[in-house]
Design a protein around this ligand. Structure first.
Ligand code: HEC
Length: 132
């Protein structure tokens, strides 16, 4: 436990910002998210027709927010701490699916968030698929 926590902290120090393991982020996306958000992350995955709320187009996260990609806000949505989605929508709470909250996510000018390494990788990968 201590060793992995130390490793996580060292990883963050070595790589300030979001960039972590983007390949793992992509794998996690296909395992946990594509069924709703689609193979291209544009929404319309196979489960869409049975959901009351259509899954968001995740390539438009930044566009919906005037071009900024708020890593901490998105991490909180994914790990389930931000209750907005679970109130009105059908977005599962992934904080319980992923590992322990042992990794620090930094967003310059905003702050830091303790979340899981999986969520950090996912958010990093999502940032790479943003389109105008
Ligand atoms: C069971 C279907 C389902 C799965 C699986 C799912 N989502 Fe969602 N997601 C939704 C729905 C529905 C919404 C829209 C919720 C709303 O508008 O209230 C949403 C919204 C979001 C948003 C908000 C987008 C924004 O611009 O605010 C993010 C980010 C997101 N999902 C990421 C993910 C990630 C990452 C995964 C995988 C770890 C995932 N979702 C898995 C259904 C799902």
């Amino acid at each position: 436990m201590h060793t992995s926590l130390l490793a996580a902290v060292l990883t963050v120090i070595a790589l300030p910002g979001v960039a972590q393991d983007l390949d793992r982020g992509e794998r996690l996306y296909f395992q946990h998210c594509a069924v709703c958000h689609g193979e291209e992350a544009r929404g319309g995955g196979p489960m869409t027709e049975v959901l009351a709320t259509p899954p968001s187009d995740l390539t438009q996260i930044a566009a919906r927010r005037d071009g900024g990609f708020p890593v901490i806000e998105i991490a909180r949505l994914i790990d389930g701490r931000d209750p907005i989605l679970t109130h009105g929508g059908e977005m599962p709470i992934f904080g319980f699916v992923f590992g322990a909250f042992d990794t620090v996510l930094r967003e310059p000018g905003v702050g830091t968030l303790l979340t899981s390494a999986e969520v950090v990788d996912l958010v990093g990968w999502l940032e790479t698929v943003q389109v105008e």
